[in-house]
Design a protein around this ligand. Structure first.
Ligand code: HEC
Length: 154
């Protein structure tokens, strides 16, 4: 007799537990919230001091001038040849940029106007006022030469 009672008691649902939510549904809800939160954290994650490893192609004269300008002006933040590993700018030759194929215009715009902190957590990029129009085009040519041989678009 007492055994039967025990079993009956166990089947009773505590009054504060909503009957329509099974533990599995509640667990799934919590799990999906955790997954969504992790995706958000990963998306905005601190990618500081990441170094990208890239191939350097043979460069023509224009691209070589672009490399010189890039490594003089941009490398302080973006690393030599855009490979990163600084605390003040992201690597540009990073697989991340496969998902956001920057157009030539977007690169020129970044040089001319700078860019707000958006995709990374290094702060904003100031306008690069010392870069001439010709140099900007050479930098873009170099940038695209690197992207081509590293399967980063272009
Ligand atoms: C003072 C540091 C600094 C210098 C110098 C600098 N950048 Fe940047 N740059 C940044 C930062 C920081 C970002 C990332 C902004 C973000 O969070 O998306 C960035 C982003 C970019 C982007 C991506 C823009 C986008 O739309 O996502 C390009 C392209 C770029 N830089 C090119 C250059 C070039 C070319 C030069 C040299 C002419 C240069 N940068 C010089 C700090 C710098």
């Amino acid at each position: 007799m007492p055994k039967e009672n025990d079993q009956n008691n166990r089947r009773e649902v505590a009054p504060d537990v909503p009957r329509n939510k099974s533990p599995i549904i509640r667990m799934a809800t919590v799990l999906s919230m955790v997954v969504i939160a992790s995706i958000f954290v990963l998306y905005k994650t601190d990618r500081r001091s990441i170094k990208a490893y890239i191939n350097i192609p043979e460069l023509n004269a224009v691209e070589m001038r672009g490399r010189e300008a890039f490594n003089n002006v941009c490398a302080g933040c973006h690393g030599v040849n855009g490979t990163g590993d600084t605390d003040i700018g992201p690597p540009l030759m990073h697989p991340y940029y496969r998902t956001i194929l920057l157009s030539d215009e977007a690169i020129i715009k970044a040089i001319r106007q700078g860019t707000p902190e958006d995709k990374w957590k290094y702060g904003h990029m100031p306008a690069q006022v010392d870069v001439s129009n010709e140099q900007a085009l050479e930098i873009v040519a170099f940038y695209n030469a690197l992207r081509r041989v590293n399967s980063l678009g272009k």
